[in-house]
Design a protein around this ligand. Structure first.
Ligand code: PLP
Length: 389
């Protein structure tokens, strides 16, 4: 520990773990004490109460995404990428037809990488790091290539924090009779999402983002006919959504050991989402977090990557100051010593850092992180906040 860190007064972290930093990251994120406490019990995976809990979660997720009786929810063990690979492998065509990935960041690129690895024909619209795709260009791509049968897009591209216009793009995809698939990993539970209004056939998310659960599983909401038709299509046994669904439907059980603690904590997280007022109230809190953070950082002269129309309330990308005294590792450690864990940037071209504005935290935490940022930058001797060109 450098000497200056020793002089930092001890910080106060989240309730119940005051000696640990707030996670200003888009998952795992800071959860409530009660969500963590719910995990303090050993449930048997075949236990009748546990099977009811799994049923409650599957139904609750369908309600949250505005499904009618034509949709199913399949839970998959593992982080979000496991459900992504499961959905791509179970639903995307292996020959003759192809999948269009609309990419504007690392998560779009990763979907392409998965499809290539499992030998599924794929083409991509590439908008770089931080540009939004337009409904018109997706429509044109579909009109130009009749062999595109599936479209994959990210709702909130966590690389930059940009929100893509899924409602409008979904309309173009559905009206042309193609399958619309959405990675809503970092948005579901806060940003509005409606499977029917948004013309979504397949949606993927996970336990540890806006629903504020702990990591351990992911899930796929899908129109039943698609699921019924996908038997035997997946490249993988463990990721096969059809087999996973059949297991859950037949006896309410997972085929392989489920993350019991994580599921129990998630049911508590779903209750707390409802108590807060559902996704609209959660969105409003995240929006207050993002506004409090960005207003203060802009007043200091720091420059966010996105303008207010493009950025979402999930994660904020800030361009690194060009001042030669700025060093990300030192900045990160200084904030960590003051009780905040932030995220490095993921842009390919511009040096940046990211601050998550989701999780069990509010504007007061944001005020404290701004004070910590000021303090650390002053200690580093950073005065010129303007970004490098
Ligand atoms: C978090 C996230 C994922 C999944 O990442 P995991 O590390 O596998 O949980 C996928 N897509 C987006 C947009 C994300 O934010």
């Amino acid at each position: 520990m450098p000497a200056d860190d020793a002089q930092v007064p001890s910080f106060k972290g989240p309730e119940g773990q005051e000696d640990m930093p707030y996670l200003l990251t888009p998952g795992p994120l800071t959860t409530s004490r009660t969500v963590k406490l719910a995990a303090l019990a050993d449930w048997g995976s075949r236990d009748i109460e546990f099977r009811n809990l799994v049923k409650d979660i599957r139904n609750g997720l369908k309600t949250l995404s505005h499904c009618d009786e034509n949709y199913e929810c399949v839970i998959m063990q593992g982080s979000g990428t496991f459900a992504i690979e499961a959905a791509l492998g179970s639903f995307c065509p292996a020959k003759r037809k192809k999948t269009l990935v609309v990419a504007n960041g690392a998560y779009g690129d990763r979907a392409v990488q998965i499809l290539e690895r499992i030998d599924r024909p794929v083409i991509k619209i590439d908008k770089g790091d931080s540009q939004s795709p337009t409904p018109a260009e997706v429509a044109a791509a579909l009109d130009n290539d009749r062999s595109i049968s599936h479209v994959w897009i990210i709702h909130c591209e966590t690389t930059s924090g940009i929100i893509n216009p899924i409602t409008e793009i979904g309309h173009e995809v559905q009206s042309r009779g193609r399958v619309f698939m959405v990675d809503a990993m970092s948005s579901f539970g806060a940003l509005p999402l409606d499977m029917r209004r948004d013309s979504i056939d397949v949606m993927v998310s996970s336990s540890n983002k806006c629903i504020e659960g702990i990591p351990g599983f992911s899930y796929v909401i899908v129109k039943r006919p698609l699921l019924e038709a996908c038997g035997g299509q997946c490249h993988s046994i463990v990721l096969d959504l059809y087999d996973q669904w059949k297991g859950l439907e037949t006896n309410g059980q997972f085929r392989f050991t489920p993350p019991t603690h994580s599921l129990v904590a998630f049911r508590q997280a779903m209750r707390e989402l409802e108590e807060e007022g559902g996704p609209p109230a959660r969105l409003a809190r995240y929006q207050r977090n993002a506004a409090a953070l960005l207003d203060a950082l802009k007043a200091m002269g720091l420059v966010p990557l996105l303008n207010d129309n493009e950025r979402g309330p999930i994660i904020q990308t800030i361009l690194q100051p060009k001042d030669p005294n700025f060093d990300f590792e030192t900045f990160y450690k200084g904030l960590r010593a003051r009780g905040f864990a932030i995220y490095p940037g993921k842009l390919t071209k511009k040096p940046s850092f990211r601050i998550g504005t989701i999780g069990r935290l509010d504007e007061n935490v944001m005020k404290d992180v701004v004070a910590a940022i000021k303090d650390v930058l002053a200690q580093m001797g950073v005065t010129d906040m303007s970004p490098a060109e």
